[in-house]
Design a protein around this ligand. Structure first.
Ligand SMILES: Nc1ncnc2c1ncn2[C@@H]1O[C@H](COP(=O)(O)OP(=O)(O)OP(=O)(O)O)[C@@H](O)[C@H]1O
Ligand SMILES: [Mg+2]
Length: 219
């Protein structure tokens, strides 16, 4: 069992989008729970919309809303293979964030590639992740398809700052933006070229993370 939290104190960088799409892909092979720690309840509402969809579009994983730090320390006792925790994107609730990170086996740090977004990410890393000793990877998201060098430049800059960064990254697609409104996730996107490319980005990220976790398991 593995607890994975998705953290960045900067808002709007793709945390909730990453949580739901990775959960949908990992749930194709194992039991997954998403825990929504964000008082805005974005992923809880997303899951409620998914519940109203036809049978073949139902989520293959569970979603619960929970902000009580006491409960968050007990996640490991739950009967799932992977628990993915979505966290709020602001500088309040630092105590809850600390509890979440301390009780995680792995932290995913999504960030947009813009330089001005990298600075708050590095600050989240310094204040929350580094002191906790948790293993982590940065995932660059919301990359403009017309300017893919933004992604590689951001990855390079982060690596030069000493951070661990996933090779795979996530491009910006309308289908990701619309997904919460229609209760969709990457595992059940319609089959057209753009949706398949959008889903493929998250499949690549999932594959890379699963391989990192498998290597850790082997010691
Ligand atoms: N790869 C993407 N392609 C297109 N839109 C995206 C992508 N990732 C995220 N978005 C959109 O960007 C906005 C912010 O994304 P999201 O809600 O996942 O970020 P967040 O970090 O969880 O935000 P918050 O800090 O407010 O919780 C949303 O409108 C979302 O649909
Ligand atoms: Mg969010």
């Amino acid at each position: 069992m593995r607890v994975v939290s998705v953290v960045n104190q900067k808002g709007g960088v793709g945390k909730s989008t990453t949580v739901m799409n990775l959960a949908s892909i990992i749930a194709e092979h194992s039991r997954v729970l998403v825990v929504d720690v964000d008082p805005q309840r974005s992923v809880t509402m997303w899951a409620t919309t998914a519940d109203q969809q036809p049978e073949d579009r139902q989520l293959a994983f569970d979603v619960v809303s929970e902000t009580d730090p006491q409960v968050l320390t007990q996640l490991r006792s739950l009967d799932y293979d992977t628990i993915i925790v979505d966290t709020p994107g602001n500088l309040q609730n630092t105590d809850v964030l600390k509890t979440v990170v301390e009780n995680s086996d792995f932290v995913i740090l999504p960030t947009e590639p813009a330089v001005l977004a990298l600075l708050p990410l590095i600050s989240t890393y310094e204040t929350l992740i580094k002191p906790s000793d948790a293993d982590y990877r940065v995932v660059v998201t919301k990359v403009d398809s017309r300017s893919l060098s933004d992604a590689t430049e951001a990855q390079e800059m982060l690596r030069e700052s000493g951070l661990l960064v996933c090779k795979s990254y996530v491009r910006t697609y309308k289908v990701h933006e619309r997904a919460p409104m229609v209760g969709q996730v990457a595992s059940n996107y319609e089959s057209n070229q753009n949706s398949e490319k959008a889903a493929a980005d998250y499949k690549d990220v999932a594959r890379e993370l699963l391989s990192i976790w498998a290597n850790k398991d082997q010691g």
